[in-house]
Write a new protein. Structure first.
Lengths: 221, 887
């Protein structure tokens, strides 16, 4: 298996808008390798989330190239190996927290009881065991975000992408989430890319990509 | 201003939601306008049919000694009287004729004196058969009894005076003999059996022959004034009945005892107003549920956008919008949806009306049309306001924090569920029905002659309770299944969801309100389609039975009782293509005491080949047993209940009938033995008649001739009828009728409410509602979860896996809804058919199932589900980035 997980050249993504196209990501060239810990920083609207979506394969570039050498040649969505923790609430409202976290495994064909066990372990790591059987509507914003992160780490992903993972946590809670994420990627041998505007969070990462108006600034790969 | 901006935004951004609700409102308005229009139009049609079927509207019987000319002037001067003609009625002691060496004589009869323009003034009263249309005319049966033909001289016996001889000019039939010879002045039900022998004379001749009788025996001679009224009656049969009755009473008052009115038109309208009430009941039982179902569908469609609307309201509230402002915005949307929907609905109703009834008008008159149009628009607006504004106002009052609009754990059970209202309603409905059926009641009671009609509206509570009870029970079953039965639901979902069955079941149980709503709407649609179509099929089947009874078989060739079918016709007919069987039947007359009855001579072993021998024809309900008893005794006869009661007959009793012999044309006693009771028989009249063995009748009368040939066809009856006509010479006097033509006559007759237009509409709406309800509700439910599917897709769900969620829900809603709906629909059909027994003629033995229609309806529902599901699955394949970007 190649050490290089993701490779992108001149990657661009723009969105049609009334006054002309809005460029979210422009001419981004980068590599992500196994074991990388990358923080993408930049102000709101700088294109961090769009870049994460492109890396996750759930959005397609309007220009340039992106490939995932370690996960196969196809550019289709590969969620079993690349996971994404979204910025906003993204749990399925009709499933319990435990079921939501177990869902990626169930979709991958893992046995129901094994998936449930794995899900409970992740929730326990994030101090969510007591809300495991609750519905998303019964959780706070912070709990919802943590549950989303737990779901991103269940199973054995090779690359985890997290969009503002501490955005809805208090300082202590945010630190705990960050610790848990580092522990998991270490244990799983996975790479981690987070988008954040919190400098303290970014300081914990080995690499930092700064974005402004869709372009990489200093520190880019 | 804000309202318009808001509306523009909704139309642009939420066009799907708006269009669906508009369609729901349009459907509600179209159903209501179409059905309302039909019933408004059918009432005036009933009145028109009733008056058209009466040749003589009034028969004014003059008191002895009244000056006929003066009375005629008074009658003719009455408002609304179009024409008035005097008619003489005289008793004849008998008729006699001599043909060759034999003399034929009859019992007493009637001799009528008619003005020369009588036939043209009262068309339909006299049907010419043979010979001239003016002069001395003999009724068909009298001519048969006397062996008289045009040119024969007959003697008319006059009470207390010598007989007079007249020359017969023609032979006629009197289709309205019952009313023509009614006992005027003893109420509306004064119809008696018409005289066996009748002669019609020109009025001057009648006066010459019977004025002397009148002087000597005034009780033997009377004069009537026959009247037609101008066709300007109120369109409602009940109002027309009251109008005609009061005018007749007014005339009687003006005649001051010189005459009483036999009100034939009122009698016909009396029956029509009962039909009109049945039409009203049909509207209540079949029409209103369709409108309610359409309104419910609108509510469900509107509710599907509720979550999004709540979020929009929260945003507006955060920006300072008051509850009043939020309500006004919702009202703006509702008015827009209501007006557009109502306009589309009216257009749809006009198109449906054109297709079903050939008219785009919404009523019998411009006022009625305007009333229905306005009423329908108001209904459309009301439905829009209730389904959009009421929930929006309720939501606007809740705090923003409560308005996240997400799924919550087990919302509380509604009050009706906690108090078991559904089971109570089913029980009460069943009790009311049982009580009504046990007492053999009639839902409509129209005492003859009285202007008031009694309708047991209380009995209608039975289907109402069963409707609501069944819908709520379906709700309970679905709700219970989804709340308590994750494992059974997982089992149901396994064929569609495979390894994801557990999580799919969990997902379904948490969407209990949405899925239950869809299931109940599907069940209601199925219930409506089933009950409507079964009622329609049962009605059509009974109309066919009625037509079969009247026509006798698929095709019937018949001649009058005093002649016979050409020899060998049955054998010739059997060789025709499209003829499955042909059986001859004798039609003779026989005196039972003084009562002349129709007698049918059959071969009991073969008659069933050519026509259906229903169990309902015979007392005891066993056709095979009755015919077997007849076959076992060559001299056996089946007679009517009335004859059995009149003569206190016991099985095996001797019954001495008088029948005409072919040898001397005189009536002779023929011994028969009573073996059973017959109530109805192909071609037989509704009153008393006799069925006997043809071979025995032939032996005893010296004539094996048959007068009727019953034919079962395997090709279209009109085609076979045409082929049989081709076998007959032009002068044969044989009439060939087919079932299809007879069915048209039966269905357009007054005694049977013409349901074809109504049922065509109902059946089409049932399919639209069924398919629309199931498909749209499911589609909207799935569309509302595009975000869910997008997230699932982002975390690894393949299209096939997302489809398993969709198919599982579709399977649950469709199978559950159709099963519960069909069960309830079956019960409801039974109740409706039983309650409206009066509509059927004859009453049905059981329900008829329109399998092909049901297959189409269920097919349409399944197709709608399939389309909705496939559309939802295809939508999951589209890029979900618009949704993901919001996460």
């Amino acid at each position: 298996m190649s050490d290089r997980l993701v490779r992108a050249e001149d990657l661009s993504r723009s969105f049609p808008a009334a006054g002309g196209d809005v460029v979210a990501v422009s001419d981004a060239t980068f590599d992500i390798s196994a074991g990388d810990r990358i923080a993408i920083v930049g102000p709101s609207g700088s294109g961090k989330s769009t870049l994460l979506h492109l890396i996750a394969g759930i959005d397609r570039p309007t220009d340039g190239m992106i490939e995932w050498p370690a996960f196969g040649a196809s550019d289709v969505l590969r969620p079993q190996r690349i996971r994404m923790a979204f910025q906003g609430p993204s749990l399925l409202p009709q499933l319990t927290v435990a079921e939501n976290v177990a869902l990626p495994l169930l979709l991958a064909g893992v046995d129901e009881s094994d998936a449930r066990e794995a899900s409970l372990r992740r929730l326990d790591d994030l101090r969510l065991a007591d809300v495991a059987q609750k519905l998303p509507s019964e959780l706070s914003g912070g709990q919802l975000q943590r549950a989303g992160i737990a779901r991103a780490f269940v199973g054995s992903p090779g690359l985890v992408l997290a969009d503002e993972p501490t955005g809805q946590q208090d300082r202590v809670g945010g630190a705990a989430v960050l610790e848990a994420m580092f522990a998991w990627v270490y244990r799983l041998g996975a790479s981690l890319v987070v988008a954040t505007h919190d400098a303290a969070v970014a300081d914990r990462f080995g690499r930092r990509w700064t974005m402004r108006d869709g372009r990489f600034g200093d520190g880019a790969a | 201003m804000l309202g318009l901006t808001w509306l523009r935004g909704i139309v642009r951004r939420r066009s799907g939601r708006v269009i669906y609700v508009i369609l729901g409102v349009a459907l509600t308005v179209a159903v209501t306008a179409s059905l309302g229009t039909f019933f408004a139009a059918s009432r005036s049609r009933m009145t028109e049919l009733a008056s058209r079927g009466v040749p003589v509207d009034w028969q004014v019987l003059l008191a002895p000694g009244t000056n006929p000319s003066h009375a005629e002037r008074v009658v003719a001067g009455t408002e609304g009287v179009q024409s008035a003609r005097p008619v003489g009625y005289a008793q004849a002691s008998g008729f006699r004729s001599k043909t060759g060496a034999t003399v034929q004589s009859t019992g007493p009869g009637k001799v009528l004196g008619l003005p020369s323009d009588y036939a043209s003034t009262f068309p339909g009263e006299i049907r010419d058969l043979v010979g001239a249309t003016h002069g001395v005319l003999l009724a068909q049966q009298t001519a048969a009894n006397l062996h008289a033909v045009p040119g024969t001289t007959i003697a008319i016996g006059r009470p207390g005076m010598p007989a007079v001889r007249v020359r017969v000019a023609g032979v006629i039939d009197l289709p309205q003999a019952d009313s023509l010879f009614q006992v005027v002045g003893s109420g509306l039900s004064s119809l008696i059996a018409p005289p066996d022998n009748v002669a019609l004379l020109p009025l001057p001749l009648w006066h010459r022959l019977f004025d002397p009788v009148a002087r000597a025996h005034p009780e033997a001679v009377r004069t009537q004034i026959h009247v037609t009224l101008a066709p300007t009656l109120p369109s409602d049969p009940g109002a027309a009945f009251a109008n005609v009755t009061s005018r007749a009473k007014n005339l009687e008052a003006r005649l001051a005892g010189a005459g009483v009115v036999g009100n034939n038109l009122a009698a016909a309208l009396d029956a029509a107003r009962t039909d009109a009430i049945y039409a009203e009941l049909l509207f209540l039982l079949l029409g209103i549920p369709a409108a309610i179902l359409a309104a419910l569908l609108t509510a469900v469609l509107a509710a599907s956008g509720r979550e999004r609307r709540r979020k929009e309201q929260v945003l507006l509230r955060i920006r300072g919008a008051s509850t009043q402002r939020l309500t006004r915005l919702a009202a703006t949307e509702a008015v827009f949806v209501g007006v557009v929907g109502a306009t589309l609905g009216l257009a749809g109703a006009a198109l449906a009306g054109r297709a079903a009834f050939g008219t785009t008008r919404f009523g019998a008159s411009p006022v009625q049309s305007a009333a229905w149009a306005i009423g329908s628009v108001v209904l459309g607006l009301a439905v829009a306001l209730v389904t959009i504004v009421a929930p929006a106002r309720r939501d606007a009052r809740t705090h923003a924090a409560d308005a996240r609009g997400e799924i919550t754990r087990e919302p509380g059970r509604p009050l009706w569920s906690r108090v078991y209202l559904d089971l109570a309603l089913l029980g009460v409905g069943g009790l009311i029905f049982w009580e009504a059926v046990r007492n053999g009641y009639q839902v409509v009671l129209a005492p003859e002659g009285l202007p008031t009609i009694s309708v047991s509206y209380f009995t209608l509570l039975a289907p109402l309770c069963l409707w609501i009870g069944a819908a709520l029970f379906a709700w309970r079953v679905s709700s219970w299944t989804l709340r308590k039965g994750r494992r059974p639901v997982a089992k149901i979902a396994r064929p569609a969801a495979g390894g994801l069955a557990g999580v799919v079941a969990s997902s379904m149980t948490r969407q209990e309100p949405m899925l239950t709503r869809a299931l109940v709407i599907t069940a209601l649609s199925a219930m409506f389609a089933l009950s409507t179509s079964v009622f329609n099929a049962t009605y059509a089947a009974q109309a066919r039975v009625d037509a079969e009874l009247t026509n006798g078989a698929d095709v019937t060739a018949s001649t009058s009782a005093n002649s016979s079918l050409p020899a060998g016709l049955d054998a010739q007919v059997r060789t025709l293509p499209g003829v499955a069987a042909a059986e001859p039947m004798q039609h003779r007359f026989a005196y039972v005491g003084n009562d002349l009855q129709d007698l049918y001579g059959i071969d009991p072993t073969t008659i069933g080949r050519a026509t259906n021998m229903s169990d309902a024809f015979f007392a005891g309900g066993n056709a095979a047993a009755s015919l077997s008893r007849l076959q076992a005794d060559p001299s056996g006869v089946l007679v009517s209940d009335e004859t059995v009661n009149d003569f206190q007959l016991q099985p095996g009793d001797l019954l001495r009938l008088r029948m005409q012999s072919a040898t001397d044309h005189a009536y002779h006693v023929v011994p028969f033995h009573y073996v059973g009771v017959v109530r109805e028989f192909p071609t037989a009249p509704r009153d008393s008649f006799i069925v006997a063995n043809a071979s025995y009748v032939a032996a005893k009368t010296g004539s094996p001739s048959s007068q009727t040939l019953l034919v079962r066809s395997s090709a279209p009856p009109p085609t076979v009828a045409q082929e049989i006509r081709g076998l007959l010479p032009g002068s044969s006097g044989v009439t060939v009728q087919d079932l299809q033509t007879q069915l048209t006559i039966t269905l357009s007759g007054l005694t049977a409410i013409d349901l074809s237009g109504l049922t065509r509409l109902e059946l089409v709406y049932a399919i639209i509602l069924g398919a629309g309800a199931t498909g749209l509700v499911l589609a909207l439910g799935l569309a509302e979860r595009r975000r869910t599917f997008a997230i699932a897709s982002a975390i690894g769900a393949k299209t096939k896996q997302l489809a398993s969620f969709v198919w599982s829900e579709a399977l649950y809603v469709t199978v559950g809804g159709l099963t519960l709906g069909c069960l309830a629909g079956w019960g409801l059909s039974y109740v409706i058919v039983k309650i409206l027994t009066g509509v059927f003629d004859p009453p049905p033995e059981g329900l008829s199932w329109p399998w092909s229609y049901l297959a189409v309806a269920i097919g349409a529902i399944l197709l709608a589900v399939l389309l909705a599901s496939v559309a939802a699955i295809r939508a999951t394949r589209r890029p979900v980035i618009e949704i993901i970007r919001d996460l």
